[in-house]
Design a binder for this molecule. Structure first.
Ligand code: ADP
Ligand code: MG
Length: 359
């Protein structure tokens, strides 16, 4: 049984592009987020991955109701929050928080860490002054910092420590959902694992749900329960993490996986990255948005946009060719062949189910 904390349906954000300074006429539209649907269960981590500019941060802002959607709905804890405003929206802010990529830019340099951590408690009128001070110490402990760090300023910390402060600030008001927008992308590789482990540890202790945004799949490997892959404002694949890494069913997901550097020197390091630039979200290709870069393109892909289809094992893919893609890696064909056979069986099942439903 699933217990969603967050349900997003057909969520869309279009930005009009105006020409002229004051009352410029609209000359185009950026389709930053274009009809995405997903859910996040309580206590779960859903990773949202995709190249820069595909709409990940816009999705984060929409979910947190920091910006208004063009259309679609966001449900949090079973309630529709799409149109909340004023006091109701302010109350909602206690229950969902964000951790940003760059803690240096998001922490006020003129405030001590103690003041930074106390601020959300003051804003939401939580506790007396003494209680708030105790809570600040508790928060520092939770993220592996010491009480004396409260007197320091953000510039006195290393990148990893600053991100710990950013996480402590998000935790201050005891939210159920934390949106992490590329929380380790700006950190040294050696520090990334520490912050990822801290987030996992906090999740286990506090029962948090995470929407975890990253631009490459390597980072989500140890973090996510499920992964949603975005391309040009749309979701092209959603699957449990292990299924996605073992049996990617969208050509774009395969290119993201192929781009992860491998340590094995005997392996062919030739990367299967498709040619061509990422098209602009102002003028996305018709049909399947990935067709201009897809090695498996057929005529249908240029005309008809594929819907996100559910396989009988729960895996979701938006690709006309998902059922007949060749094995992922020829060198491991003996391992992959059963996977491909299983996929064909699933596809047959799905078609049978569709026929039963319509017939
Ligand atoms: P990501 O986080 O995946 O890198 P973003 O969500 O930041 O992507 O941006 C998605 C697209 O929307 C980009 O093309 C970006 O330029 C555009 N965009 C984001 N915010 C705005 C805005 N306020 N006005 C116009 N375009 C925007
Ligand atoms: Mg972003």
């Amino acid at each position: 049984m699933t217990d969603p904390i967050l349900e997003v349906e057909a969520l869309t954000k279009h930005y009009p592009i105006r020409q002229g300074i004051v009352f410029g006429r609209v000359v185009g539209t950026v389709r930053a987020v274009d009809g995405i649907t997903f859910r996040l269960d309580r206590g779960e981590t859903l990773a949202l991955v995709g190249e820069s500019g595909c709409g990940k941060s816009t999705t984060a802002r929409l979910v947190l109701r920091l910006i208004d959607p063009t259309s679609g709905t966001v449900r949090f804890d079973g309630a529709d929050i799409t149109d909340l405003a004023g006091e109701q929206l302010r109350k909602l802010r206690r229950r969902m928080q964000i951790v940003f990529q760059d803690p240096f830019a998001s922490l006020n340099p003129r405030m001590t860490v103690g003041e930074i951590l106390e601020e959300p408690l003051i804003v939401h009128a939580i506790g007396t002054r003494t209680e708030r001070r105790a809570r600040v110490n508790e928060l520092l402990g939770l993220v592996g910092l010491a009480p004396y760090h409260a007197q320091r300023y953000p510039h006195e910390f290393s990148g990893g420590q600053r991100q710990r402060v950013g996480i402590a600030r998000a935790l201050a008001v005891e939210p159920g959902l934390i949106v992490c927008d590329e929380p380790v992308s700006a950190l040294d590789v050696s520090i990334q694992a520490q912050v990822v482990n801290l987030l996992k540890d906090l999740q286990a202790r506090l029962g948090l749900s995470y929407l975890f945004i990253a631009h490459d799949l390597a980072v989500v490997k140890h973090m996510a329960d499920r992964v949603a892959v975005m391309y040009l404002g749309q979701i092209v694949e959603i699957a449990r993490k292990d299924d996605l890494f073992r049996d990617p069913r969208h050509p774009y997901t395969r290119t993201l996986l192929a781009a992860i550097p491998r340590p094995d020197p005997h392996r062919d390091t030739h990367r299967q990255i498709p040619g061509g630039d990422v098209p602009s979200p102002m003028n996305p290709p018709p049909g399947c948005r990935f067709h201009t870069r897809c090695p498996f393109v057929i005529d249908r892909c240029r005309i008809e946009m594929p819907a996100l289809m559910r396989w009988s094992d729960g895996h979701l893919t938006a690709c006309h060719r998902a059922a007949d893609l060749p094995a992922t890696d020829e060198t491991t064909a003996s391992h992959v062949a059963p996977v491909a056979a299983r996929r064909l069986a699933l596809y047959a099942e799905r078609r049978a189910a569709a026929t039963a439903a319509t017939g």
